[in-house]
Design a protein. Structure first.
Length: 250
């Protein structure tokens, strides 16, 4: 087939990318990678674990944008996500040797963000990203099927309301409220609601950033700006690739 396609043609490019990505995916398929989900801690638990006071932990979520998720009024934190912030606090306290939290620097970064991100994405990188994402889902589907330890929905982890409440350290009533009042992603089979874990975590992360950004917290505005840009680029990448694929069929 290679000999029938010009090395400059879109079809040849697509075939080459697919072959490369499938090869990588197959090589990684049965590696012993740990795809375990996050284990969330409360502020009190983080304080006990780190020896840092609860008030300081809470302040770190504001003044250092320490990663966490807000489930209504409750803050939950993942030990791996907060490690960098905690380590920096141990080393430097509230000092800022790299000016990462200087207000003027952050504002300048926000203002200049789209200028530095304005370069067009190469079509091969767009396609590669899409294929990689789909192969990752496919690989996880196979792993979940062979393990048979968790119900899977397109390679993602599906939780009941009770399981979601346990995971996010809250009550089933709160999860129902998040679905009804705030629009948490979910799907429904007959009268039962189900949560796709990865979608719910991404949703809570963005809503957390949005809530602080709307209050005027510039550090979280920086995070939200990047999240918005990534979502926009992801949607644009799919549209460009689909358009190019449609054009190549005519």
């Amino acid at each position: 087939m290679d000999s029938l396609l010009s090395s400059n043609s879109f079809e040849y490019l697509l075939e080459t990318i697919i072959k490369n990505e499938i090869s990588v995916s197959l090589n990684n398929l049965y590696k012993d990678n740990d795809f375990s989900t996050k284990k969330y801690l409360t502020i009190k638990e983080v304080s006990s674990l780190t020896g840092i006071g609860s008030s300081v932990i809470r302040q770190l979520t504001f003044s250092r944008a320490m990663p966490h998720r807000k489930v209504k009024s409750r803050i939950i934190l993942d030990e791996n996500e907060i490690k960098e912030t905690i380590d920096n606090y141990y080393k430097f306290g509230w000092t800022d040797p790299d000016n990462k939290w200087d207000v003027n620097s952050v504002q300048s970064e926000i203002d200049n963000f789209h200028k530095t991100k304005g370069e067009p994405t190469m079509i091969d990188e767009i396609i590669r990203k899409i294929i990689r994402e789909e192969l990752t889902i496919f690989s996880n589907e196979i792993k979940n099927f062979t393990k048979k330890d968790k119900e899977s929905y397109y390679g993602r982890t599906v939780l009941t309301i009770k399981e979601a409440a346990h995971h996010f350290r809250t009550s089933p009533a709160t999860i129902y409220n998040l679905i009804k009042d705030d629009g948490m992603p979910h799907f429904k089979i007959h009268s039962r609601h189900f949560i796709v874990l990865e979608e719910a975590e991404a949703y809570l992360w963005r809503e957390t950033a949005k809530s602080y950004a709307e209050e005027g917290n510039i550090y979280w505005q920086r995070i939200l700006q990047r999240l918005d840009w990534e979502e926009k680029e992801r949607n644009a990448a799919y549209e460009k690739a689909l358009k190019r694929l449609e054009e190549s069929t005519y």
